[in-house]
Design a protein around this ligand. Structure first.
Ligand SMILES: [Zn+2]
Length: 212
């Protein structure tokens, strides 16, 4: 039996370290593995790079509309013991369907790693929604709020020129423009720093003050 697995976390959650460790474990036992990432993820070009600087070239750098079910790509992964996907939120819904088919038809386990939500607090992409719908196993790689409040990070907030924002394009790779960075925050800190002007926050704050 082979499964399609989705492991998600906030930014800085150690997803890439987890992939590199999993790859190492398989290769130590002389098993072939295939690592895939989307070409949209321009960080590291054709490699995945963990926060501690460890890097590894991917086997398939998948273009936006590229199929995994071509002879050329099939020959790259068909003898693999496992397929590992980094930043899976950048794939397309169709590519997730292909990965599911690979897992269940030719019995190669597929472990995907990525973000659950984007900086606006919504499901990151149709690919992530699809994973939540069809993945055989879903688990969270826990990470901490960057404010060191001790709570679990849920949100990937965007900071532009040092100011938190929930406006703009969904995919802006950090480091691609020097002023964009992502900050993992817990719910309380997300409300405090990003959602403070949100209509619901304002309405409830007014109520709290009124009924004092
Ligand atoms: Zn916090």
């Amino acid at each position: 039996m082979a499964n399609l697995i989705f492991k998600y976390s906030a930014m800085n959650g150690g997803k890439t370290i987890n992939i590199l460790q999993t790859a190492h474990n398989y290769e130590e036992n002389n098993f072939k593995i295939t690592i895939i990432k989307s070409k949209i993820d321009t960080k590291g070009k054709d490699s995945i790079i963990s926060r501690n600087g460890e890097a590894r070239k991917v086997d398939i750098l998948l273009r936006e509309n590229e199929s995994l079910l071509t002879e050329g790509n099939y020959k790259k992964y068909y003898t693999s013991k496992v397929i590992l996907v980094d930043e899976v939120e950048m794939l397309s819904e169709s590519q997730i369907e292909e990965l599911w088919t690979i897992a269940h038809l030719i019995k190669i386990p597929v472990i995907t790693y990525g973000l659950k939500s984007n900086f606006t607090g919504n499901i990151f992409s149709p690919a992530v929604a699809k994973l939540f719908a069809v993945a055989d196993d879903i688990s969270e790689i826990g990470s901490s709020c960057l404010c060191l409040c001790g709570k679990k990070a849920i949100f990937n907030s965007r900071r532009v020129n040092g100011v938190f924002t929930d406006q703009g394009e969904t995919v802006v790779i950090d480091g691609s423009t020097s002023d964009v960075e992502y900050v993992p925050l817990c719910g309380d800190c997300y409300l405090k720093y990003v959602k403070i002007k949100d209509k619901h926050v304002k309405k409830l704050t007014d109520l709290v003050n009124k009924v004092l």
